[in-house]
Write a protein that binds this ligand. Structure first.
Ligand SMILES: C[S@@+](CC[C@H](N)C(=O)[O-])C[C@H]1O[C@@H](n2cnc3c(N)ncnc32)[C@H](O)[C@@H]1O
Length: 375
């Protein structure tokens, strides 16, 4: 039942129809970055990432991000790869930014935040490559904060995570008495707002549960609270508090065996040491409690997740401990990796809701998964 909802309503027709447009947009933006930085000249003859960094005096720390740009072009045959040498092919770049964006936005106005964010990042990419700006400077500066908020809270493509995670959360707490909920890495509150919106539209009470909204950044706590108040006057069940999931939870006020549900939207993959964080979360749950992680995953037909164009620029994205089987790769994992990770930590009844093994037989770009495990 939830599978049909996912395939028909969540990954809606506009998403299916136009998500490729954002890819075309990105490809053209990458092309523009190559031209603006003069990398296109070297790539015409064939060059490696290391050579490009040396030749253009880029910051050495951009190696993986730059490689990602070239691999993304290679995925669509704009670049050939031989060993570590990348070379532009003859394939012409025919996409026009304004045209692609206008076409998508005319079909789905709420896709504009995705285009705006890609554009913002591309505009700043030469500075990032040169080491003059970090991803944090670009995405979280005062002037760009609203664009980032829009990207995470009001973006056709991203919002499916908030909607899907919140739906599973609302479903999970239905059978629990006065549940105590902890949200981790809540950011600007995109998931929380969905949780509230769904309750309001289903005529459910805003009381009868307690909800601890957390993030590591104080400014996000303030924004989330402000935005929640635009949906409802009654936020008496909510508290907003700083919590670092890279540190032990008990000294931060989260007692062992105290929570019915812990959830997060694209939060757990940010953990520096996923084994540590998942273990801490398991410890904090009551027996029978659920961990609900809504995560972007790598679908079979779209392995290079576009969000990485943004996230690659953030130091935290790379600064994680690889630790198979719990954390086999950087950034986004596959849904099967998550199942393995939850089980390795000791969660039971580990599943994806809806069932990804079925969903991926029906559509090859199921990029959002909710993984649930029980203590
Ligand atoms: C990808 S964002 C997701 C935000 C939000 N859940 C959403 O989907 O819009 C990851 C969030 O994790 C937070 N975060 C990063 N490191 C953290 C840590 N060590 N402890 C808690 N939160 C952290 C960031 O501030 C950010 O808000």
């Amino acid at each position: 039942m939830l599978e049909q909802w996912y395939l028909e309503e969540l990954i809606s027709k506009p998403i299916r129809d136009i998500w490729k447009q954002t890819d075309y947009y990105l490809l053209k933006l990458i092309f523009n970055i190559l031209q603006e930085t003069g990398m296109d000249e070297s790539l015409r003859h064939g060059t490696s990432v290391d050579q490009l960094i040396q030749e253009k005096s880029f910051d050495a720390g951009v190696h993986s991000s730059l490689k990602w740009l070239l691999d993304r072009l290679a995925e669509d045959d704009y670049v050939s790869v031989c060993g570590d040498v990348y070379k532009l092919t003859d394939k012409p770049m025919t996409y026009e930014l304004d045209e692609v964006k206008a076409k998508a936005v005319s079909v789905a106005p709420n896709s504009v935040a995705a285009f705006n964010m890609l554009e913002l990042m591309a505009k700043n990419y030469p500075d990032y490559l040169a080491g003059r700006k970090t991803g944090v400077d670009i995405m979280f500066s005062v002037e760009n904060m609203e664009a980032t908020n829009e990207y995470y809270s009001n973006n056709l493509f991203y919002n499916v995570h908030n909607v899907c995670g919140a739906k599973v959360l609302n479903f999970d707490i239905e059978s629990r008495k006065s549940p105590k909920i902890l949200e981790i890495g809540g950011g600007f509150g995109g998931g929380t707002k969905q949780f509230v919106k769904q309750r309001l539209s289903d005529g459910k009470a805003m009381t009868g549960f307690s909800y601890i909204f957390t993030d590591i950044a104080n400014k996000m706590l303030r924004t989330a609270k402000r935005d929640l108040l635009t949906l409802t006057d009654d936020i008496s069940s909510f508290t907003f508090t700083k919590l670092d999931f890279n540190k032990p939870l008990e000294p931060q006020g989260i007692a062992p065996d105290s929570l019915d549900v812990i959830w997060g939207v694209n939060a757990v993959h940010v953990a520096a040491d996923m084994r540590f964080t998942l273990s801490e979360l398991l410890k904090a749950l009551k027996p029978g409690g659920s961990l609900i992680a809504c995560e972007t995953v790598r679908p079979i037909g779209n392995r290079m997740i576009q969000q990485e164009f943004l996230l690659n620029t953030l130091h935290d994205y790379w600064d994680v401990k690889l630790d198979p089987p719990v954390r086999p790769r950087y950034g986004f994992m596959e849904w099967t990796d998550w199942i393995t990770a939850f089980k390795a930590i000791g969660f039971s009844k580990v599943e994806t809701v809806p069932d990804m093994s079925y969903l991926q037989t029906q559509y090859d770009n199921c990029y959002c998964a909710v993984i649930r495990g029980t203590k």
